[in-house]
Ligand binder design. Structure first.
Ligand code: DAH
Length: 371
């Protein structure tokens, strides 16, 4: 918009219009003389205001400029207030129109500028908030399951695939489930404090200890469930052993139990051989060597031929009828097999680790290899 070019000079002198008495009562002549070297306020305004408006960068800045340029104390308002003092109606009309033209022009410049600043602010907010969806996100450091847990998961998965169910039992166990129900005699050395960590010396079977194997879940599960039973039981076990390359006081086992009406040693061999082939590879050989466990009869140790040698890996056998009697199962009508293996040992054999202490090594350089 173009400023009105016609601004009567006298009109622009505001409270100093010639021939008009000012508030102070000074005469026009005297006033004119005093002001002849002063810049006419409206003229100055029309010169400066458009640039000032244009240079505003924020709404707040523009508000200040607006107040100064067309607000109540602006030269425009001041000039309007002085209008009444012009006696000649024609002159007053011309003067009024000139002031109005200036006010309209400046107001429309301010409005236009306000619109422009608002658009800019919206745009810059949008730019600041912009999300580049093509940028790769920050990827948090990713942990992994410990190699023992990975091994347990894999073993359990294989048995689940063969129709077994995973169950878990308490780590603090009673003497009854850990020993008695498993046909382990009162005099057996494994009950000594040199082997087993006791928590509470109760009466007889009520003694509480840290389970020395996951086998107690055999009895616990059979007590609560009717046959058939096909379970695997992973978990932590505890023994009073000092740490060395082949012993840890805390390690992991996976127990297995199958009970049905017609289970034979052939089922035991077939099941464990199939497991071994899935875990170590389809051409892995196994052999069963007679052994002794109080809770199985007959008992065996399964050896696996891997990495050029035979390794004893799994204790197993046919469930001892004495165990069935402890849990109220009929030994005449049922048969079953049980087995137990060390998860830490399975992981070591699988990965060629020779020192059991590697399993509790907290060094991230060790742990990172489990990814
Ligand atoms: N509980 C035995 C141990 O800790 C392992 C074991 C051997 C479990 C033979 C069984 C089994 O179920 O039949 O050494």
């Amino acid at each position: 918009m173009v400023l009105p070019t016609y601004i009567p000079r006298f009109a622009c002198r505001s409270f100093l219009i010639p021939g008009v008495r000012t508030d102070t009562g000074s005469t026009a002549l005297a006033t004119t003389a005093n002001l002849s070297n002063r810049m006419d306020p409206l003229e100055e305004l029309t010169k400066d205001a458009p640039d000032r408006i244009e240079s505003a960068t924020t709404i707040a800045e523009l508000d200040v400029i607006e107040a100064e340029v067309v607000g109540r104390r602006s030269p425009v308002a001041e000039a309007r207030r002085e209008l009444g003092r012009i006696e000649d109606p024609v002159e007053r009309g011309a003067m009024g129109k000139a002031i109005n033209d200036i006010a309209v022009d400046l107001t429309s410049r301010i409005d236009a500028k306000r619109g422009a600043i608002e658009v800019e602010e919206v745009n810059s907010n949008l730019a600041a908030d912009r999300v580049d969806v093509t940028l790769r996100g920050r990827v948090p450091d990713r942990g992994t399951h410990h190699i023992i847990q990975q091994t347990i998961d894999e073993i359990v998965d294989i048995f689940v695939g063969l129709g077994y169910q995973m169950v878990q039992g308490p780590e603090a166990e009673t003497d009854f489930y850990n020993f008695t129900a498993l046909n382990i005699p009162k005099t057996h050395p494994t009950r000594y404090e040199s082997d087993t960590l006791y928590l509470d010396y109760g009466e007889g079977d009520e003694e509480v200890l840290l389970r020395t194997h996951t086998s107690p879940m055999q009895a616990r599960h059979m007590e609560e469930h009717e046959p058939p039973v096909y379970i695997v039981v992973p978990g932590k076990v505890f023994r009073a052993d000092a740490v060395d390359a082949t012993h840890l006081p805390v390690f992991h086992q996976i127990e297995g139990l199958a009970v049905d009406d017609d289970i034979t040693f052939a089922d035991l061999k077939g099941t464990l051989a199939e497991f071994t082939r899935q875990f170590f590879g389809s051409d892995t050989r196994v052999k069963f060597i007679p052994h002794y466990f109080p809770f199985t009869e007959p008992s065996a140790e399964m050896h696996v031929y891997t990495q050029g040698k035979w390794i004893e890996l799994i204790g197993c056998g046919m469930v001892n009828p004495a165990v069935f009697e402890h849990v109220g199962y009929d030994p005449q009508a049922l048969s079953g097999f049980a087995f137990g293996m060390g998860a830490d040992r399975m992981a070591m054999v699988r990965h060629g680790i020779t020192d059991l202490r590697t399993m509790i090594d907290p060094d991230v350089r060790t742990l990172e290899q489990y990814r």
